[in-house]
Ligand binder design. Structure first.
Ligand SMILES: C[S@@+](CC[C@H](N)C(=O)[O-])C[C@H]1O[C@@H](n2cnc3c(N)ncnc32)[C@H](O)[C@@H]1O
Length: 375
């Protein structure tokens, strides 16, 4: 009897479920968008589409991975999950289907945190606060058990008109109870403290490496130094400020940051540092301006002195990444000290200040090989 060989049974191949792309809007400080995009590409795992930028300070992505990854971004001010609702008028947001989706998205955000984290709601809307917006606020407060907060609520929602190509409304729900730029390590604030997302970029621009001896001049509350230490190890880290209150504030923040690295804090003048020549591989500063300068010099006198003293304590090819508002004085100072410092890169950015804006820049300087200041 002929034996018929059995044909191997084909395994049924189940189509792999593809995670859906969700839309997110990321708020940034104006001017540092490209650094945020780089961080997004480096940090996010999963299908990612970066949209072409249409507005300063705003990055839109479609992303299939876990939203939790977005809340670890260090250079982003805030991250919002965005729902595009095809309705011409905001009343459409109150329609049963749209409102149910909106509430469920808000609940998804709230569920990521312990109960009681979200107690207030804030809504920003394009245009003035109309009766309809007021009804949306009241309905959301009822449904989610939140109290309306005019300023910064725990649950922050932005309603904006979609672009012309996609008429409708975008509802953006912030993924965290505070903006990402509000760091948990900041237990002490100082007037003039720099936005931590900019500080992160300043620190990144020093090309962080574990062998580095790191110096934060005019450290204030130590925002830049703490952001550097959060990036990774250093051989040593020192913060210097002329104001004892800043040293005290830095000590509190460093302790709260629990960074596992012993940073030294020194109360000293940035133009007369108690360190030997050629001690540091990376230097950062957010130079004082206006009323925050603790010396009588103006910038045109102060900046060259700081740059000269930094050149003395910098090793050859050290990076000095500094923030300054007075571009002209930095340019003049680097022109006159061209023997020691070369401007490698300038990153202009904008920050809200009092009722307007200031336009500082990050200047990335590189120390030349000239050995000792004064040669
Ligand atoms: C713009 S604030 C720095 C803020 C800091 N980046 C932060 O986030 O808190 C400038 C700092 O420079 C300090 N400062 C002013 N003149 C100085 C000097 N001659 N030497 C050292 N520090 C100085 C001030 O005390 C102030 O803390």
């Amino acid at each position: 009897m002929a034996i018929r060989s059995k044909k191997p049974r084909r395994k049924s191949v189940q189509p792999r479920a593809v995670a859906p792309l969700n839309r997110y809007d990321i708020e940034t400080v104006f001017g540092i968008e490209s650094y945020v995009e780089t961080e997004i590409r480096q940090q996010l795992r999963g299908r990612l589409v970066l949209h072409k930028r249409t507005k300063p300070g705003r990055i839109r992505i479609d992303y299939a991975g876990d939203a939790g990854g977005l809340t670890d971004l260090r250079s982003a001010v805030a991250v919002y999950g965005t729902l595009s609702v095809p309705t011409r008028r905001p009343t459409g947001l109150l329609g049963h289907g749209n409102f149910t989706t909106l509430v469920s998205k808000a609940r998804d955000v709230m569920k990521r945190y312990p109960a009681g984290t979200f107690t207030t709601l804030s809504i920003s809307a394009s245009g003035k606060e109309t009766k309809v917006i007021r009804r949306i606020i009241d309905s959301l407060c009822d449904e989610l058990g939140l109290a309306y907060e005019g300023g910064q609520g725990d649950l922050a929602i932005a309603l904006t008109r979609s672009s012309q190509d996609e008429p409708g409304w975008d509802v953006s729900i912030r993924l965290t109870p505070r903006p990402l730029s509000t760091r948990p390590w900041r237990v002490c604030n100082m007037p003039g403290a720099i936005n931590a997302t900019v500080a992160h970029v300043v620190a990144q621009l020093t090309n962080p490496a574990p062998h580095q001896h790191f110096l934060n001049l005019a450290c204030g509350s130590s925002t830049i130094m703490i952001e550097r230490l959060r990036i990774g190890l250093v051989r040593s880290a020192v913060g210097v400020d002329i104001d004892p209150a800043a040293i005290d504030c830095s000590a509190q923040n460093l302790t709260a940051g629990n960074l596992g690295i012993d940073a030294r804090l020194v109360c000293a003048d940035a133009v007369d540092l108690p360190f030997p020549n050629a001690s540091f591989d990376a230097i950062v500063a957010d130079l004082p301006f206006g009323m925050l300068v603790a010396r009588n010099d103006d910038n045109a006198v102060f900046y060259p002195k700081v740059l000269m003293e930094a050149a003395r304590v910098a090793k050859s090819q050290a990076i000095f990444s500094l923030i300054a508002v007075d571009h002209r004085s930095i340019q003049q100072a680097t022109d006159s000290l061209g023997k020691y410092w070369r401007i490698k890169q300038t990153v202009p950015f904008k920050l809200s200040f009092k009722r307007g804006y200031i336009s500082p820049s990050i200047f990335v300087l590189e120390r030349s090989n000239v050995e000792v200041v004064g040669d």
